[in-house]
Design a protein around this ligand. Structure first.
Ligand SMILES: Cc1ncc(COP(=O)(O)O)c(C=O)c1O
Length: 390
């Protein structure tokens, strides 16, 4: 970049991850370099491990490196590892930081499949898993043990939208040598910079906002410092964790427009969330950017904005009425995942699993991922759907 003046976030998103050293350096986007074998000039070079010598396709080509550079810049990371899905990023990072005999603390609102891995796989390797109230903040100190190895956060939780107090938790963990990790998919590295708040690893399901088009699965683990980055990179290298250059290309292409997509999705989601506040069918709107949200002050302190994902709790109605409401929607797809250009809605109660503080809402929880459609059309669609609740 031309001057030393710090560049704006949108400018950085356009200009990072465009390596000058690639073969096709005149292309705007990095070429898709597909390779398993990488050839060496001389036999003596094969085992010389020179820093600039590419080694084997599993460690990535310029295409994956370009994506790593872009995500690292976004997160303010010292190093990056890409994984084949967002879930794989969570599970790999957890395997790296947990030791047999150790104790792991996990925010109770964590993504269900991450919880499934913890309870059904990691717990069987001699790691004690304990869930905590997502709103515990500094009170989490009471749950720390001598053998606590890591604290896994997700903020906000992607169904119930509680915010973790990241600086308080990072501070208490750091003073005891405990590793902190966060599933930062909601903030996308755009609205939340956990590494700057003292968290060791920021994890993305890049499947969502980075990709933006609901057609690629990808995960990313961004590390705060070189030592933490090396821990993840060593595991990925030894374990053969890799992603295809084609997928890396698509994710990087999606990222170029992530900022503008997110800012539009933010505004549309806020408009719809505010509209829901005035509806008789709705008990509560779960959106941290609304002043009445219990964690609004934390959100305001730590986040620079809000993404397109939020939930509502309906007043109690039979499940078949919730199905009728969702089935009536024409512009919202019914499907898992989120963060794409198209709007989605799901009812979430079958997914909510809590052990630290049971979920006590009387009515059903419905989650919306707001896309790029015109907001008035989305509201009209929801308004028609709500007639099914009468
Ligand atoms: C909060 C959160 N983390 C991680 C994931 C997993 O991402 P992926 O679908 O890429 O495995 C998801 C997917 O829905 C998610 O919502």
């Amino acid at each position: 970049m031309s001057t030393d003046k710090p560049k704006g976030a949108h400018t950085r998103l356009v200009h990072t991850g465009r390596p000058k050293h690639q073969y096709h350096a005149d292309l705007v986007n990095p070429a898709i370099e597909r390779a398993s074998t990488i050839l060496f000039e001389r036999a003596a070079d094969l085992y010389a491990h020179k820093p600039d010598q590419r080694f084997y396709g599993r460690m990535g080509t310029a295409t994956q490196t370009a994506l790593c550079d872009a995500i690292a810049d976004l997160e303010g990371a010292a190093g990056m590892v890409l994984t084949p899905s967002g879930l794989a990023a969570c599970t790999m990072a957890l395997q790296v930081v947990c030791k047999t005999g150790g104790h792991l603390l996990v925010s109770d609102s964590v993504y269900g499949p991450t919880r499934g891995f913890l309870d059904e796989v990691l717990a069987k390797t001699g790691i004690k898993i304990e869930y905590f109230d997502p709103r515990a903040g500094a009170a989490l100190k009471r749950q720390l043990r001598d053998n606590t190895c890591a604290i896994f956060l997700e903020s906000p939780g992607s169904l119930t939208l509680e915010i973790n107090d990241l600086p308080a938790i990072a501070k208490m963990a750091r003073s005891r040598g405990i590793t902190t990790l966060i599933d930062n998919t909601w903030g996308a590295g755009w609205f939340l910079k956990p590494l700057a708040l003292g968290i060791d690893y920021s994890i993305q399901a890049a499947t969502k906002y980075h990709t933006g088009h609901s057609d690629v699965l990808m995960g990313a683990i961004a590390a705060r410092d070189e030592t933490s980055a090396k821990r993840m990179a060593d595991y990925a290298r030894l374990g053969g964790i890799t992603v295809s250059p084609d997928d890396a290309y698509l994710v990087l292409r999606g990222m170029r427009t992530m900022g503008v997509r997110l800012e539009r999705q933010e505004q549309s989601a806020l408009s719809i969330a505010k509209w829901f506040r005035g509806r008789d069918e709705v008990e509560q709107v779960l959106h941290p950017a609304l002043p009445e949200h219990p964690d609004h002050a934390l959100w305001q302190r730590d986040f620079s904005g809000s993404s397109g994902l939020f939930s509502i709790i309906l007043k109690p109605v039979p499940t078949k009425k919730v199905y009728a409401f969702l089935d009536r929607l024409e512009l919202f797809g019914l499907g898992f995942s989120w963060g794409g250009f198209e709007s989605l809605a799901i009812h979430c109660d079958p997914q909510i699993r809590r052990t630290a503080n049971p979920w006590t809402a009387a009515g059903p929880l419905v989650r919306f991922s707001i896309g790029l459609e015109d907001v008035d059309d989305l509201i009209a669609d929801i308004e028609a759907g709500l007639e099914e609740l009468d």
